[in-house]
Design a protein around this ligand. Structure first.
Ligand code: ADP
Ligand code: ZN
Length: 711
């Protein structure tokens, strides 16, 4: 084939199967490299679009593409997604029965599969078919698992080294979101693809808004945050199991339903929470960092860090679970000194203590930054951003610098008078003249500095003290109860007239020297909450949810939020227009097109308060009564035959006169009837489809059920 033919074929497959019109950065290069049978190592951030890099070439290869993936949940999700796009894919693992496994092997041998997902543990069972006769390409997903340098080493991945010797002429593509150089070359070495071409994408996830806030009143801040993001999926990461449960409970008392997830729950409980999150039944999960690995859910709209993560890698990975569909998403981190201290304690005594603490310090710098946060984040991964990002709290609300010399003097003299023996909390209590027991017991209310800072709020004092620490004007003695201590620099401020520049915390009152102007307290801006239920997007979302339940696959595998948004914007009313939406491929057009078009029409109708349009199946009924065949009706109505059959089923169930046995045979009805009993009347069509080994198309099942359910 000519290069242009190959490319044409690629673009055509990209649209037909995945519904996309263009590649993202690097995807095309990677795919062409795989197709030219060269090995590749792909480093791309979460949500960057790694999967297509091996799924699309798989369609062009004659044999099967073997995909190594660490988690069963992840495999299932990807396979469901591929099947929903009309691609023959399956997985092979220990949870399957011997006969299921046998069938899959058969499908490999007969080249009836394009992709086969398998965990490394199960490779041995596939030994006989792992030959170049059947396997055309090998993709190793989450490839960092092979490296003990990576953050998620899995011993079972180590056996993958042998694969290349078994399949020396087969192209290998290893993919990971782990950036660092040492891990990268270790992966190539372990997989024995040292010569592999490396593709390293930018780690910038521009659609994720970054925000850091001080951690006081976290709960009420989180409640407000969630209420502003109502109806959207999100994760709150917490440091401890206990916090996840307490937080979920507190959210509940605030009328927000949330589930807790942590390693202390049983496997079943965890799977349940995970599944209900994936299926959009649970919108919010309060979790430890164990949650999220193996979840491909593309419509997570926000991630909150209730506690500070212990390093930037972890933080980046966790926020990366938001906005995989490329839509606007939000990452909110709460920063508290108590967390920093706790994390230091965790690290202390570890064999690599210094290493862990250095990483924690970088995290702290990020949290306390007064310059663009994305710049700091990306520089950590060795990427330089020329411009400020404009999508972080610092860019949106640049800090104002003021002369903080007097404030610094107040803080430092308090530290001095407390004999450098008290932690931040007590310093602030003394500055603010707090009358609590600890203060009174120690007689601190007698000190000269007592109460000299009543005009500044507690959290603002925190913000100011942290700045002094960062600038080296004082320090925390971590090994002495975190007491605040003076440094060489302190003296310059206290005795030598050195000036200190500080940034204003949001809401800090003007320094006293200025004349006070009485201002009316500003009313909090009213957040405009759109009535969600009335938007077309919400109606489309509900329809997607209904279909997801019917088919028993996650909603985002039907259409991503990005696709729904485009449908809302474009309002396609014909099949051609529907197909032009990004994310709508051939199969999805056929299976879902009409229902969505009908929903749009209905929405538009109800907007202009026209009398309601005749229900779509009744329009079909008129044509049917006029003697048109299914094909003729399909042409006449510009709807697919599948849809027309679903109308016929509906007509039959609602008692209209149709000759149902013209469309489905008695034996097919019998088969579905038996399946219904065997399966104990499941919801949705997919269980039937699977039970009947895919022998009966969905439309036939629907037709048969219209008979079975009636009797
Ligand atoms: P990764 O595995 O890198 O985390 P995925 O492969 O799951 O990312 O892709 C993330 C999202 O981006 C998915 O919803 C996917 O369908 C979408 N996507 C991938 N490639 C494209 C493309 N060329 N155009 C539009 N969307 C894409
Ligand atoms: Zn920024």
């Amino acid at each position: 084939m000519q290069t242009t033919d190959v490319q044409e074929q690629l673009f055509s497959n990209l649209k037909t199967y995945f519904g996309y019109d263009s590649f993202r950065a690097q995807q095309q290069d990677i795919i062409e490299t795989v197709l030219s049978k060269k090995d590749c190592l792909v480093i791309m951030p979460t949500g960057g679009g790694k999967s297509i890099c091996f799924q699309l070439p798989a369609l062009s290869f004659e044999g099967v593409t073997l995909v190594i993936s660490p988690l069963i949940a992840l495999m299932k999700d990807q396979v469901d997604g591929l099947n929903a796009n009309g691609i023959a894919a399956s997985y092979f693992n220990s949870s399957q029965s011997a006969s299921e496994q046998h069938d899959i092997i058969e499908r490999v041998i007969t080249a009836d599969l394009k992709l086969l997902y398998v965990a490394p543990e199960s490779l041995a069972a596939l030994q006989n078919i792992i030959t170049e006769k059947y396997i055309s390409c090998v993709a190793i997903d989450e490839a960092h698992c092979i490296s003990s340098w990576g953050h998620d080493f899995r011993p079972s991945y180590q056996q993958l080294g042998f694969l290349k010797s078994t399949l020396p002429n087969t192209p290998f593509i290893a993919l990971t979101a782990t950036a660092d150089k040492a891990t990268r070359s270790d992966i190539a070495k372990q997989l024995r693809i040292e010569h592999a071409q490396q593709f390293i994408s930018s780690f910038d996830r521009q659609n994720i808004e970054l925000e850091v806030r001080p951690a006081d009143n976290r709960i009420s801040q989180i409640v407000k945050f969630i209420k502003r993001n109502q109806g959207q999926s999100g994760i709150v990461y917490c440091l401890s199991r206990k916090t996840t449960e307490q937080l979920a409970k507190k959210l509940k008392t605030n009328g927000i339903s949330a589930k807790a997830y942590h390693a202390g729950l049983s496997f079943d409980e965890r799977s349940k929470v995970q599944e209900s999150f994936i299926f959009d039944r649970t919108q919010i999960v309060c979790a430890t960092v164990a949650f999220g690995m193996g979840i491909d859910k593309s419509n997570v709209r926000w991630v909150v860090h209730y506690n500070m993560p212990k390093n930037i890698e972890g933080y980046y990975q966790e926020i990366g679970r938001a906005g995989r569909d490329g839509l606007k998403s939000h990452a909110l981190l709460f920063h508290s000194y108590a967390d920093v201290i706790q994390l230091r304690n965790f690290a202390s005594g570890a064999s690599n203590e210094a290493f862990q603490i250095a990483k924690l310090d970088r995290m702290k710098q990020f949290s306390e930054s007064t310059t663009c946060r994305r710049k700091i984040l990306l520089s950590y991964f060795g990427e330089l951003l020329a411009e400020n990002c404009g999508n972080c709290d610092v860019c949106k609300n640049p800090p104002q610098i003021f002369d903080g010399t007097i404030i610094a003097q107040k803080i430092l003299s308090a530290v001095y008078r407390l004999k450098e023996s008290e932690a931040i909390g007590m310093i602030i209590d003394v500055l603010r003249g707090s009358q609590n027991a600890a203060v009174l017991d120690k007689g601190y209310n007698q000190l000269k500095t007592f109460g000299i800072g009543r005009d500044i709020a507690y959290r603002d004092w925190q913000h100011l003290i942290i700045q002094l620490i960062n600038q080296g004007f004082c320090e925390i003695a971590f090994h002495q109860n975190n007491a605040l201590r003076l440094t060489e620099f302190s003296k310059k401020v206290l005795f030598e007239g050195a000036k200190v520049a500080l940034t204003k915390p949001v809401h800090i009152p003007e320094p006293k020297v200025k004349e006070r102007v009485k201002r009316k307290p500003k009313a909090a801006p009213k957040t405009r909450v759109k009535k969600r239920e009335n938007t077309l997007f919400e109606r489309l979302r509900q329809l997607r949810y209904k279909i997801a339940l019917e088919e028993n696959i996650p909603a985002y595998l039907i259409f991503s939020d990005a696709t729904l948004k485009e449908i809302e914007r474009e309002r396609p009313l014909s099949e051609d227009d529907f197909l032009s939406i990004s994310g709508v491929g051939q199969r999805k057009l056929e299976v879902y097109g009409d229902e969505f078009i009908a929903e749009i029409l209905d929405f538009m109708g109800s907007k202009v308060k026209k009398p309601k349009k005749k229900a779509t199946h009744l329009v079909t009924y008129d044509l049917y009564k006029n003697g048109l065949t299914i094909e003729e009706i399909s042409v006449e109505r510009k709807l697919s035959t599948t849809t027309i059959y679903s109308h016929i089923a509906k007509l039959h169930s609602t008692g209209k006169a149709v000759n149902i046995y013209d469309f489905v045979s008695k034996s097919e009805v019998e088969a579905v009837k038996k399946a219904k009993t065997d399966l104990d009347a499941p919801t949705g069509l997919k269980p039937y489809y699977d039970h009947l080994n895919g022998d009966l198309d969905y439309f036939k099942i629907r037709l048969a059920l219209s008979v079975v359910d009636k009797n």
